[in-house]
Write a protein that binds this ligand. Structure first.
Ligand code: SAM
Ligand code: SF4
Length: 356
Protein backbone atom coordinates (compact mmCIF):
# COMPACT_ATOMS: atom_id res chain seq x y z
CA UNK A 1 0.00 0.00 0.00
CA UNK A 2 1.24 3.56 -0.71
CA UNK A 3 0.95 6.25 1.95
CA UNK A 4 0.78 9.98 1.37
CA UNK A 5 2.93 11.94 3.74
CA UNK A 6 1.27 15.29 4.27
CA UNK A 7 3.34 18.13 5.74
CA UNK A 8 5.99 15.69 6.81
CA UNK A 9 9.25 17.20 7.89
CA UNK A 10 12.44 15.82 6.43
CA UNK A 11 14.09 12.97 8.27
CA UNK A 12 16.29 13.61 11.28
CA UNK A 13 19.06 16.21 11.15
CA UNK A 14 21.47 16.98 13.97
CA UNK A 15 20.06 19.92 15.94
CA UNK A 16 22.21 23.00 15.53
CA UNK A 17 20.65 25.36 18.07
CA UNK A 18 20.24 22.99 21.02
CA UNK A 19 21.76 24.03 24.31
CA UNK A 20 24.26 21.25 24.77
CA UNK A 21 23.91 20.69 28.55
CA UNK A 22 22.28 17.25 28.13
CA UNK A 23 24.21 16.41 24.99
CA UNK A 24 27.28 14.22 25.04
CA UNK A 25 30.19 16.41 24.10
CA UNK A 26 30.35 16.86 20.36
CA UNK A 27 28.21 13.85 19.58
CA UNK A 28 24.68 15.27 19.50
CA UNK A 29 23.48 12.45 21.77
CA UNK A 30 21.28 12.76 24.84
CA UNK A 31 23.02 11.94 28.12
CA UNK A 32 21.39 12.53 31.51
CA UNK A 33 23.00 13.95 34.62
CA UNK A 34 23.79 10.40 35.82
CA UNK A 35 25.78 9.66 32.67
CA UNK A 36 23.17 7.43 31.03
CA UNK A 37 22.84 7.78 27.27
CA UNK A 38 19.19 8.07 26.26
CA UNK A 39 18.64 6.20 23.02
CA UNK A 40 15.17 4.70 23.38
CA UNK A 41 11.81 6.46 23.16
CA UNK A 42 8.52 4.82 24.04
CA UNK A 43 5.77 6.89 22.51
CA UNK A 44 2.10 6.48 23.36
CA UNK A 45 -0.09 7.55 20.46
CA UNK A 46 -3.49 7.07 22.10
CA UNK A 47 -4.97 6.42 25.53
CA UNK A 48 -7.88 4.49 24.01
CA UNK A 49 -8.15 0.73 24.03
CA UNK A 50 -10.50 -2.04 22.95
CA UNK A 51 -9.71 -4.08 26.11
CA UNK A 52 -10.07 -3.13 29.78
CA UNK A 53 -7.41 -5.19 31.55
CA UNK A 54 -8.22 -5.11 35.24
CA UNK A 55 -4.66 -4.25 36.33
CA UNK A 56 -4.46 -1.43 33.79
CA UNK A 57 -7.70 0.54 33.69
CA UNK A 58 -11.22 0.65 35.14
CA UNK A 59 -14.17 -0.69 33.11
CA UNK A 60 -15.62 2.81 32.81
CA UNK A 61 -12.43 4.46 31.73
CA UNK A 62 -12.67 8.17 30.94
CA UNK A 63 -10.62 8.81 27.84
CA UNK A 64 -8.97 12.10 27.02
CA UNK A 65 -10.61 14.75 24.85
CA UNK A 66 -9.22 14.42 21.31
CA UNK A 67 -7.84 17.97 21.28
CA UNK A 68 -5.49 16.99 24.12
CA UNK A 69 -3.97 14.14 22.12
CA UNK A 70 -1.08 14.93 19.80
CA UNK A 71 -1.94 15.10 16.09
CA UNK A 72 -0.06 13.09 13.45
CA UNK A 73 1.93 16.21 12.58
CA UNK A 74 2.89 16.78 16.22
CA UNK A 75 3.83 13.14 16.76
CA UNK A 76 5.91 13.24 13.63
CA UNK A 77 7.71 16.41 14.69
CA UNK A 78 8.43 14.88 18.06
CA UNK A 79 9.90 11.70 16.61
CA UNK A 80 11.98 13.74 14.18
CA UNK A 81 13.39 15.77 17.08
CA UNK A 82 14.25 12.70 19.17
CA UNK A 83 15.84 10.97 16.17
CA UNK A 84 17.96 14.07 15.56
CA UNK A 85 19.13 13.77 19.18
CA UNK A 86 20.42 10.27 18.48
CA UNK A 87 17.44 8.27 19.76
CA UNK A 88 17.63 5.21 17.53
CA UNK A 89 14.94 2.99 18.97
CA UNK A 90 11.25 3.91 18.89
CA UNK A 91 8.52 1.80 20.45
CA UNK A 92 4.94 2.79 19.69
CA UNK A 93 2.47 2.02 22.43
CA UNK A 94 -0.71 3.24 24.08
CA UNK A 95 -3.51 2.54 25.11
CA UNK A 96 -3.80 0.24 22.17
CA UNK A 97 -1.81 1.79 19.30
CA UNK A 98 -3.62 -0.15 16.58
CA UNK A 99 -7.00 1.42 17.49
CA UNK A 100 -5.79 4.88 16.47
CA UNK A 101 -7.57 5.98 13.29
CA UNK A 102 -5.40 5.77 10.16
CA UNK A 103 -2.66 4.11 12.19
CA UNK A 104 -0.75 2.93 9.12
CA UNK A 105 -0.43 6.47 7.76
CA UNK A 106 1.19 7.45 11.05
CA UNK A 107 3.43 4.37 11.14
CA UNK A 108 4.58 5.11 7.59
CA UNK A 109 5.63 8.60 8.70
CA UNK A 110 7.70 7.13 11.53
CA UNK A 111 9.12 4.47 9.21
CA UNK A 112 10.87 7.00 7.00
CA UNK A 113 13.40 7.47 9.82
CA UNK A 114 14.43 3.80 9.65
CA UNK A 115 18.05 3.72 8.49
CA UNK A 116 18.07 7.48 8.82
CA UNK A 117 18.31 7.97 12.59
CA UNK A 118 16.20 5.04 13.74
CA UNK A 119 17.53 1.48 13.78
CA UNK A 120 14.47 -0.02 15.30
CA UNK A 121 10.78 0.84 14.98
CA UNK A 122 8.60 -1.43 17.02
CA UNK A 123 5.31 -1.61 18.88
CA UNK A 124 3.63 -3.03 21.96
CA UNK A 125 0.12 -4.22 21.18
CA UNK A 126 -2.62 -6.29 22.74
CA UNK A 127 -2.81 -8.11 19.40
CA UNK A 128 -6.57 -7.86 18.84
CA UNK A 129 -6.07 -6.01 15.52
CA UNK A 130 -2.77 -7.56 14.54
CA UNK A 131 -4.27 -9.99 12.04
CA UNK A 132 -5.40 -6.91 10.09
CA UNK A 133 -2.16 -4.93 10.31
CA UNK A 134 0.76 -7.40 10.62
CA UNK A 135 1.46 -7.50 6.88
CA UNK A 136 1.46 -3.72 6.54
CA UNK A 137 3.68 -3.27 9.61
CA UNK A 138 6.19 -5.67 8.15
CA UNK A 139 6.00 -3.92 4.77
CA UNK A 140 6.96 -0.52 6.24
CA UNK A 141 10.09 -2.01 7.82
CA UNK A 142 9.03 -3.19 11.28
CA UNK A 143 11.02 -6.27 12.25
CA UNK A 144 9.74 -7.15 15.69
CA UNK A 145 6.70 -6.61 17.85
CA UNK A 146 5.66 -7.22 21.46
CA UNK A 147 2.26 -8.80 22.00
CA UNK A 148 0.68 -8.89 25.46
CA UNK A 149 -0.85 -12.23 26.37
CA UNK A 150 -1.64 -13.17 29.96
CA UNK A 151 -3.55 -16.40 29.42
CA UNK A 152 -4.45 -19.07 26.88
CA UNK A 153 -7.82 -19.70 28.49
CA UNK A 154 -10.82 -17.94 27.02
CA UNK A 155 -12.65 -17.51 30.35
CA UNK A 156 -9.55 -16.18 32.13
CA UNK A 157 -8.89 -13.79 29.24
CA UNK A 158 -12.44 -12.49 29.47
CA UNK A 159 -12.07 -12.01 33.20
CA UNK A 160 -8.71 -10.20 32.98
CA UNK A 161 -9.31 -8.17 29.81
CA UNK A 162 -13.08 -7.82 30.38
CA UNK A 163 -13.60 -8.65 26.71
CA UNK A 164 -14.00 -12.00 24.93
CA UNK A 165 -11.19 -11.50 22.41
CA UNK A 166 -8.59 -14.20 23.03
CA UNK A 167 -9.20 -15.70 19.61
CA UNK A 168 -8.43 -12.40 17.86
CA UNK A 169 -5.16 -12.11 19.79
CA UNK A 170 -4.09 -15.66 18.90
CA UNK A 171 -4.91 -15.02 15.23
CA UNK A 172 -2.93 -11.78 15.48
CA UNK A 173 0.14 -13.58 16.84
CA UNK A 174 0.00 -16.14 14.02
CA UNK A 175 -0.41 -13.38 11.42
CA UNK A 176 2.58 -11.49 12.81
CA UNK A 177 4.77 -14.58 12.64
CA UNK A 178 3.57 -15.31 9.08
CA UNK A 179 4.39 -11.72 8.12
CA UNK A 180 7.97 -12.28 9.28
CA UNK A 181 7.78 -10.20 12.46
CA UNK A 182 9.84 -11.45 15.39
CA UNK A 183 7.25 -11.73 18.15
CA UNK A 184 7.87 -11.31 21.86
CA UNK A 185 5.07 -12.25 24.22
CA UNK A 186 4.64 -10.10 27.35
CA UNK A 187 2.83 -11.72 30.25
CA UNK A 188 1.88 -9.96 33.47
CA UNK A 189 2.22 -12.54 36.25
CA UNK A 190 -0.97 -12.48 38.33
CA UNK A 191 -1.27 -14.46 41.54
CA UNK A 192 -4.13 -16.94 41.46
CA UNK A 193 -5.07 -15.94 37.87
CA UNK A 194 -2.41 -17.14 35.43
CA UNK A 195 0.10 -18.45 37.94
CA UNK A 196 -0.54 -22.09 37.00
CA UNK A 197 -0.48 -21.30 33.26
CA UNK A 198 2.98 -19.78 33.03
CA UNK A 199 4.67 -23.03 31.89
CA UNK A 200 2.02 -23.38 29.13
CA UNK A 201 2.54 -19.78 28.04
CA UNK A 202 6.29 -20.40 27.85
CA UNK A 203 5.76 -23.50 25.69
CA UNK A 204 3.22 -21.62 23.53
CA UNK A 205 5.74 -18.85 22.84
CA UNK A 206 8.75 -21.07 22.30
CA UNK A 207 6.89 -23.45 19.97
CA UNK A 208 6.31 -20.41 17.74
CA UNK A 209 9.91 -19.22 17.91
CA UNK A 210 8.86 -16.28 20.10
CA UNK A 211 10.59 -14.99 23.23
CA UNK A 212 8.45 -14.48 26.30
CA UNK A 213 8.89 -11.99 29.12
CA UNK A 214 7.17 -12.13 32.47
CA UNK A 215 6.33 -8.84 34.19
CA UNK A 216 5.43 -8.07 37.78
CA UNK A 217 2.39 -5.84 38.29
CA UNK A 218 3.33 -2.25 38.86
CA UNK A 219 1.36 0.16 41.04
CA UNK A 220 0.36 2.47 38.20
CA UNK A 221 -2.90 4.42 38.41
CA UNK A 222 -6.14 3.58 40.16
CA UNK A 223 -7.40 0.19 39.02
CA UNK A 224 -10.44 -1.75 40.18
CA UNK A 225 -8.30 -4.66 41.18
CA UNK A 226 -6.58 -5.92 44.26
CA UNK A 227 -2.97 -5.00 43.53
CA UNK A 228 -1.67 -6.65 46.66
CA UNK A 229 -3.61 -9.85 45.91
CA UNK A 230 -2.52 -9.78 42.22
CA UNK A 231 1.15 -9.32 42.99
CA UNK A 232 3.20 -12.39 42.19
CA UNK A 233 6.93 -11.97 42.82
CA UNK A 234 8.92 -13.35 39.92
CA UNK A 235 11.47 -14.82 42.31
CA UNK A 236 8.75 -17.24 43.34
CA UNK A 237 7.70 -17.88 39.72
CA UNK A 238 11.29 -18.65 38.79
CA UNK A 239 11.68 -21.04 41.73
CA UNK A 240 8.47 -22.86 40.66
CA UNK A 241 9.58 -22.98 37.00
CA UNK A 242 12.91 -24.49 38.06
CA UNK A 243 10.99 -27.61 39.12
CA UNK A 244 10.19 -28.39 35.46
CA UNK A 245 12.54 -26.29 33.34
CA UNK A 246 16.32 -26.02 33.23
CA UNK A 247 17.06 -22.31 33.02
CA UNK A 248 20.49 -20.86 32.35
CA UNK A 249 21.20 -17.13 32.67
CA UNK A 250 22.21 -15.64 29.33
CA UNK A 251 23.77 -12.37 28.37
CA UNK A 252 20.96 -11.30 26.04
CA UNK A 253 19.27 -7.92 25.94
CA UNK A 254 16.70 -6.27 23.71
CA UNK A 255 17.71 -2.92 25.16
CA UNK A 256 15.04 -3.23 27.86
CA UNK A 257 15.16 -4.09 31.54
CA UNK A 258 14.45 -7.83 31.19
CA UNK A 259 16.99 -10.36 32.45
CA UNK A 260 16.93 -13.43 30.24
CA UNK A 261 17.42 -17.16 30.68
CA UNK A 262 17.52 -19.90 28.08
CA UNK A 263 15.13 -22.76 28.73
CA UNK A 264 16.89 -26.02 27.84
CA UNK A 265 13.67 -28.05 27.33
CA UNK A 266 12.21 -25.63 24.76
CA UNK A 267 15.35 -23.95 23.41
CA UNK A 268 13.64 -20.57 23.81
CA UNK A 269 14.36 -17.38 25.73
CA UNK A 270 12.48 -16.30 28.84
CA UNK A 271 12.80 -12.82 30.32
CA UNK A 272 11.96 -11.51 33.77
CA UNK A 273 11.07 -7.86 34.40
CA UNK A 274 11.09 -7.25 38.12
CA UNK A 275 10.55 -3.58 38.87
CA UNK A 276 9.57 -4.32 42.45
CA UNK A 277 12.13 -6.91 43.43
CA UNK A 278 15.19 -5.59 41.63
CA UNK A 279 16.35 -2.18 40.65
CA UNK A 280 16.99 -1.92 36.92
CA UNK A 281 17.41 1.84 36.88
CA UNK A 282 21.19 2.06 36.68
CA UNK A 283 21.19 0.98 33.03
CA UNK A 284 18.00 2.82 32.03
CA UNK A 285 18.37 4.24 28.52
CA UNK A 286 14.76 5.20 27.89
CA UNK A 287 12.20 7.92 28.21
CA UNK A 288 8.47 7.90 27.58
CA UNK A 289 6.16 10.42 25.96
CA UNK A 290 2.43 10.19 26.55
CA UNK A 291 -0.17 10.76 23.86
CA UNK A 292 -0.62 14.27 25.28
CA UNK A 293 3.04 15.04 24.77
CA UNK A 294 4.13 14.78 28.39
CA UNK A 295 7.73 13.57 28.64
CA UNK A 296 8.28 11.17 31.53
CA UNK A 297 11.86 10.26 32.16
CA UNK A 298 11.00 7.58 34.73
CA UNK A 299 7.98 5.25 34.75
CA UNK A 300 7.31 5.57 38.47
CA UNK A 301 7.98 9.29 38.91
CA UNK A 302 6.42 12.54 37.85
CA UNK A 303 9.59 14.26 36.58
CA UNK A 304 9.43 15.32 32.95
CA UNK A 305 8.42 18.12 30.63
CA UNK A 306 5.40 19.36 28.68
CA UNK A 307 6.40 18.81 25.06
CA UNK A 308 2.91 19.60 23.72
CA UNK A 309 3.12 23.15 25.01
CA UNK A 310 6.56 23.45 23.39
CA UNK A 311 5.26 21.96 20.12
CA UNK A 312 2.19 24.18 19.98
CA UNK A 313 3.84 27.43 21.07
CA UNK A 314 6.90 27.46 18.83
CA UNK A 315 6.74 26.35 15.19
CA UNK A 316 10.52 26.65 14.83
CA UNK A 317 11.08 23.54 17.00
CA UNK A 318 13.57 25.34 19.29
CA UNK A 319 11.22 25.22 22.31
CA UNK A 320 10.67 21.50 21.72
CA UNK A 321 14.38 20.77 21.65
CA UNK A 322 14.97 22.87 24.79
CA UNK A 323 12.11 21.08 26.60
CA UNK A 324 13.53 17.66 25.67
CA UNK A 325 17.00 18.61 26.88
CA UNK A 326 15.65 20.09 30.13
CA UNK A 327 13.59 16.94 30.80
CA UNK A 328 16.53 14.62 30.14
CA UNK A 329 18.74 16.62 32.49
CA UNK A 330 16.21 16.11 35.27
CA UNK A 331 15.86 12.34 34.69
CA UNK A 332 15.89 10.83 38.20
CA UNK A 333 18.40 8.23 39.26
CA UNK A 334 15.73 5.62 39.86
CA UNK A 335 12.08 4.82 40.56
CA UNK A 336 10.71 4.20 44.02
CA UNK A 337 8.24 1.38 43.46
CA UNK A 338 7.93 -0.58 46.65
CA UNK A 339 6.30 -3.98 47.08
CA UNK A 340 5.18 -2.97 50.56
CA UNK A 341 3.22 -0.02 49.15
CA UNK A 342 1.51 -1.80 46.26
CA UNK A 343 -1.98 -0.81 47.33
CA UNK A 344 -1.17 2.88 46.83
CA UNK A 345 -0.28 3.83 43.26
CA UNK A 346 3.33 5.03 43.00
CA UNK A 347 2.02 7.13 40.17
CA UNK A 348 -1.54 8.36 39.52
CA UNK A 349 -1.02 7.60 35.82
CA UNK A 350 -2.34 4.34 34.42
CA UNK A 351 -0.03 2.38 32.12
CA UNK A 352 -2.50 3.06 29.31
CA UNK A 353 -1.82 6.77 29.73
CA UNK A 354 1.95 6.52 30.00
CA UNK A 355 2.46 3.67 27.59
CA UNK A 356 3.86 0.37 28.82
N1 SAM B 1 -2.34 -2.05 24.81
C1 SAM B 1 -1.03 -2.52 24.55
C2 SAM B 1 -0.77 -3.81 25.27
O1 SAM B 1 -1.54 -4.18 26.15
O2 SAM B 1 0.24 -4.44 24.96
C3 SAM B 1 0.05 -1.51 24.86
C4 SAM B 1 -0.09 -0.70 26.11
S1 SAM B 1 -0.05 -1.63 27.62
C5 SAM B 1 -0.22 -0.33 28.80
C6 SAM B 1 1.63 -2.13 27.67
C7 SAM B 1 1.98 -3.23 28.65
O3 SAM B 1 1.78 -2.75 29.97
C8 SAM B 1 1.14 -4.48 28.52
O4 SAM B 1 2.02 -5.60 28.36
C9 SAM B 1 0.41 -4.57 29.82
O5 SAM B 1 0.20 -5.89 30.20
C10 SAM B 1 1.32 -3.82 30.74
N2 SAM B 1 0.67 -3.27 31.94
C11 SAM B 1 -0.43 -2.49 32.02
N3 SAM B 1 -0.68 -2.14 33.29
C12 SAM B 1 0.28 -2.71 34.05
C13 SAM B 1 0.58 -2.74 35.44
N4 SAM B 1 -0.16 -2.08 36.32
N5 SAM B 1 1.65 -3.46 35.84
C14 SAM B 1 2.44 -4.13 34.95
N6 SAM B 1 2.22 -4.14 33.63
C15 SAM B 1 1.15 -3.45 33.18
FE1 SF4 C 1 -5.54 -1.93 26.93
FE2 SF4 C 1 -3.00 -2.68 27.03
FE3 SF4 C 1 -4.17 -1.54 29.18
FE4 SF4 C 1 -4.92 -3.97 28.47
S1 SF4 C 1 -2.86 -3.36 29.15
S2 SF4 C 1 -6.30 -2.26 28.97
S3 SF4 C 1 -4.74 -3.89 26.29
S4 SF4 C 1 -3.78 -0.58 27.24
Amino acid sequence: MAYTLINSRPAARAPSDASPTALAAGQGKLVDSHGRRISYLRLSITDRCDLRCTYCMPERMTFLPRKDVLSFEELDELVTAFAAFGVDKLRITGGEPLVRKDIMELMARFARHIGNGLNDLTMTTNGTLLAKYAGELSAIGMRRINVSLDTLKRDVFERVARRDMLDDVLKGIDAAIRAGLKVKINTVALAGTNEDEIPDLIRFAHERGADITLIETMPMGEAETDRVGDYLPLDKVRADLAKQFTMADIDFSTGGPARYVKVAETGGRLGFITPLTHNFCESCNRVRVTCTGRLYTCLGREDGADLREALRSDPTGAALRAAILGGIERKPKGHDFDAARLATPASPRTMSHTGG
